[in-house]
Design a protein around this ligand. Sequence first.
Ligand code: FEO
Ligand code: CA
Ligand code: CA
Length: 663
Amino acid sequence: MDRRNTLGLPRAVAYELSEDEGRNPSRQPTIGDVVNQRFGRRDMLRGALAASAITAIAGPAILDGRPASAAGTSRFVFDEVPHGVDATHHVAPGYDADILIRWGDPVVKGAPAFDPHNQTADAQEKQFGYNNDYIAVIPLEGAADRALLCVNHEYTSEELMFPGLSGPQDSKDAQFKDMTPERIEIEMAAHGASVLEIERTGGKWRVVADSKYNRRISTRSTEVAITGPAAGDARMKTKADPSGTKMIGMVNNCAGGVTPWGTYLSGEENFHGYFWGKMPEEHREAANHKRYGVPGNWYNWGTVHERYDVTKEPNEANRFGWVVEIDPTDPTSTPKKRTALGRFKHEGVEPVLLDDGRVVFYMGDDERFEYVYKFVTAGKFNPNDRAANADLLDEGTLYVARFNADGAVTWLPLVHGQNGLTAENGFASQADVLIETRRAADVVKATPMDRPEDVEPNRVTGKVYVMLTNNTRRKPDQLDGPNPRADNKFGQIVEITPAAAGHGAETATWDILVQCGDPSVAEVGAKWNAATSPNGWFGMPDMCAVDADGRLWIGTDGMNAKSTGTADGLFGLESEGEGRGTSKQFFRCPAGAEMCGPVFTPDQTALFLAIQHPGEDGETWPEFGRASTFADPATRWPDFKGGMPPRPSVVVVTKQGGGKIAS
Ligand code: FEO
Ligand code: CA
Ligand code: CA
């Protein structure tokens, strides 16, 4: 999620403002005198550097009419989708993009038919939630044609969900006035996650209705356990839970991952927005909450549920911002918040299995000037005994990254008693280090990054890709190697190469794969391989998937008619060989939507995409040019029926006639 309708402001403005509260105070440049030193030193992206130099002089004509495949430099075999913005989605020619499931479709047995004009919280709890984000596909019982689809429901877009809300230009009071207690319950029921059994018949995937695996996890009613070093700490205790070990719900679940033992990980991202009220400045948690932007006052749940009001339950916010582990094979299992992996605005949590059996998970904290993390389990994965892996995520070492000017990465352990994480700095225990992960990372002098989104290991090449989506607050005197542009509107992708000792080591090296944005506009400072066509570049990288061939696929968040002249999409980005830095557009979202989820089946014949918040941001699309609402949405994708609002949906892409995608 990049921005939200809040506080009566356009979403983008609300998001920018929200970040004024929770900002990293230690934003000093760590290596400010090395602007682009890394670029100057390395020969990476020969083509991209050439393209940048050429386009600065000659403009886009240099790139015109040269599809990357014609140049023989990209392994992505498909004809590109053109840039643009319209009411529907577009996929490369020769592919089908079918709707698999939509907001409101039945998930569990007994779910009523969707009626957005008469929605209830009880119905919503049985139906597919709102704003689908990360998707996991976990093959079921080893079968190629059956799988569990796990989907995060990140947030809700009230003005598109509920009749009568007049849109984000309204005042805060007007917006919240229409968010009645029943609507708040619906919102809470629409957050969380869905688990669905899917099966392939006749080459097409479909949801298995009434499967015993089908499950909704909701913010409204699902009991969640808190485990690991922070569980039971005094700062985790509330009136409703004097044990500090259990609670209702998870919130703002954005990206995630799948463990080697087949559980699904779901990261809580912008949890601060759900807290209400004004934190008393003298309170013990005041500085901690400020560091995370709590309370964000994005939702008025605190008017109905005391625990979301920081004046009434100041510890509740410490119980959000964690990675949640869910066993999708057991619909009665209790999701677990794994505190050992740290508390921040979690994006992806993607694993790599070490030769010795330990498992490394890469993670990003999505806010301006926040950090990149990894967690290394203490115990070893046992492939022969699934139950033996059940609590591997409760013990291990959390590290944060420092990106050095010489191209080295140092992974700094966040361990109580080490590197200044001591009582004199306010860390009395490992629980304190984890509850205040951001401050711990400040103390050890990690590198503040341009909004780390997904951090994705490529298990074919062994490299790791960090999506840095943008950072318009970075000033010219705050530049460093991996964050080389001030007022960075379009983001960049950083590549981490582990040391010879592997992903568990405390050192690595880094490089920049691409600097995003339109290469035909010199001031943007974009760097792509020259084989990238005028339809191939993108901005605001967010989600990343790696297919079985080790190719990168990038989903974007924040492209629109105003920001880039084109909607969000999915792009194949070459990371190897002569074609390194060449991007091609495979799929384009309908107006207002963000490209989430991308994930392939292991045989690479199907690609699942989550189309999030279609129809948001009507103002930025000149053809619509006004607030997008339930009654008057910018698009009615995917149903295009009168009276039916747009619906966040999962799309499944397959090649017509079958076969591997983009091959
Ligand atoms: Fe939910 Fe940072 O994307
Ligand atoms: Ca995002
Ligand atoms: Ca994201």
